[in-house]
Design a protein around this ligand. Structure first.
Ligand SMILES: [Zn+2]
Length: 467
């Protein structure tokens, strides 16, 4: 059945339930939740799954083993039995401070927002799983479908916690989609690895004017540490990134702060490079504590290891994506996209449609240039994994931005979500029909000599729950 066009049952499912799917994605958009606190989103996804062919779907709490949990932040649903096991992955969490109405201009809503479009990921995953299940039942296809809607991508930990629970270890392939302002593409990326830590300094408080000599400033330590990092930048590999946020800088200028803290994300392309970078940042912090006579409390809060994306799987999805009809935008949507573009850039919007909105990428490239990162990397240690991407946003949208929040609640976002879901469903179905697809993915997977997950995760960061 390879490349014979979109399967009629998958198409029929989207015909019948596409609007309901949009409602679920919009419901998650309208209730943005941070990090691991994706309770509303998990409940919305659970109810949708249970009424669309997964009566046994469960909410679970990532990192605390499986089993129904009323305050769950993740959803797991399975259908069928035996091999192969097709994993379809979604995400549920939002970003802080990016709330915006789903309108064609800046209209902030206080609080978090779907500034990375994860509600669309949730909908693409859900639609793909439901449509694939529908097709499997209609055609009597054997094998297992497993859908996992995950929390906490933006805090780098959701999938690591679910991995600890064993959510991905029985999968033969795992596939997902992430929206973006670029063209829809299945090409594998080079995402960065991450080590993130908090650095807390404890000093001695004093009157900043009356008796500063009695104080030991924790903020001085933070500043000296950051200055050390700035000098360090010159002496690290070009693939390295360091960003920090002062999370506590004291309470008033006239009080020598006895407490100050800073959060760091260190990123690099490779596991060993990021580890070296992080260790050097820790030594900076130790030096700063020494200089200021303060006490340092350093804690690694999460790791996102190297993402071993699977080329044959990406290629398989590329072939599949070419038979899924392209998105058609209405004149109203095009005007909406133009207005939003101008609202953000302050410039006239591009006249050419392909400069305004993303479509499918024409050429498949072996490796794209990825500079961001994703905890989908955690899945790639267990099975061939593909993270396809692009579409659902105006081309002018920068990542993690209010324009993305606006698009993620709009029909532009929903159309990309549905098309991506069809690619995932069709890709899963063709893999169920043709074992050679999975065999090829595994041949490549084994050739990578991927270290064991336990080896990469030799730190007790699995146990951190708050975020
Ligand atoms: Zn994202």
């Amino acid at each position: 059945m390879k490349n014979s066009g979109l399967n009629k049952w998958i198409a029929e499912w989207y015909e019948k339930y596409g609007d309901e799917l949009n409602e679920m994605a919009h419901d998650i958009w309208a209730h943005p939740e941070l990090g691991l606190k994706t309770y509303h989103a998990a409940e919305a996804a659970l109810q949708f799954a249970r009424t669309h062919g997964f009566p046994d779907a469960v909410k679970t709490k990532a990192g605390q083993g499986f089993g129904f949990c009323e305050t769950g932040n993740a959803v797991i649903a399975t259908y069928g039995s035996g091999k192969p096991v097709i994993g379809i992955i979604g995400e549920l969490d939002a970003l802080p401070g990016l709330g915006n109405e789903d309108v064609d201009h800046k209209a902030p809503i206080e609080g978090p927002g779907q500034g990375c479009g994860h509600n669309l990921i949730a909908g693409a995953c859900m639609g793909a799983a439901c449509a694939l299940r529908y097709a499997m039942e209609k055609e009597g296809v054997s094998g297992t479908l497993k859908m996992v809607e995950c929390p906490g991508e933006e805090v780098g930990r959701g999938k690591a916690l679910l991995a600890k629970d064993g959510a991905f270890k029985d999968m033969d392939i795992a596939i997902m989609w992430h929206p973006g302002s670029g063209e829809f593409s299945t090409e594998p990326q080079h995402p960065l690895t991450v080590m993130a830590g908090t650095f807390e300094f404890h000093g001695k408080s004093a009157h900043a004017a009356g008796a500063p000599w009695n104080g030991r400033s924790a903020l001085d330590a933070v500043q000296l540490m950051n200055m050390g990092s700035e000098f360090l930048r010159e002496h690290v590999k070009t693939e390295c990134r360091m960003h920090y946020q002062i999370t506590n800088g004291g309470s008033a200028p006239n009080i020598v702060p006895d407490y100050a803290s800073v959060k760091y994300f260190c990123r690099a392309l490779h596991n060993d490079v990021v580890k070296d970078l992080y260790e050097r940042v820790v030594r900076n912090a130790e030096g700063a504590a020494h200089m200021t006579d303060t006490k340092l409390d350093a804690n690694l809060i999460f790791i996102i290891p190297y993402f071993y994306e699977n080329k044959p799987l990406c290629k398989h999805l590329d072939a599949v994506s070419r038979v899924i009809p392209e998105i058609e935008y209405t004149p109203e949507e095009i005007q909406w996209a133009k207005n939003l573009t101008t609202a953000y850039t302050g410039e006239p919007a591009p006249e050419k449609l392909e400069d305004l909105l993303p479509f499918s990428k024409k050429e498949y490239e072996e490796w794209g240039v990825g500079t961001t990162c994703t905890d989908t990397a955690d899945i790639s240690y267990f099975c061939p994994t593909a993270h396809i991407h692009g579409g659902g946003e105006i081309k002018a949208a920068p990542g993690h931005h209010w324009t993305v929040t606006a698009c993620s609640g709009s029909t532009i976002g929903m159309k990309a979500m549905q098309r991506a879901g069809k690619v995932l469903a069709q890709g899963g179905l063709e893999a169920l029909y043709d074992q050679s697809v999975i065999d090829e993915c595994w041949k490549y997977f084994k050739s990578l000599n991927i270290p064991s997950y336990d080896e990469v995760y030799s730190l007790p960061i699995h146990d951190i729950q708050e975020a």
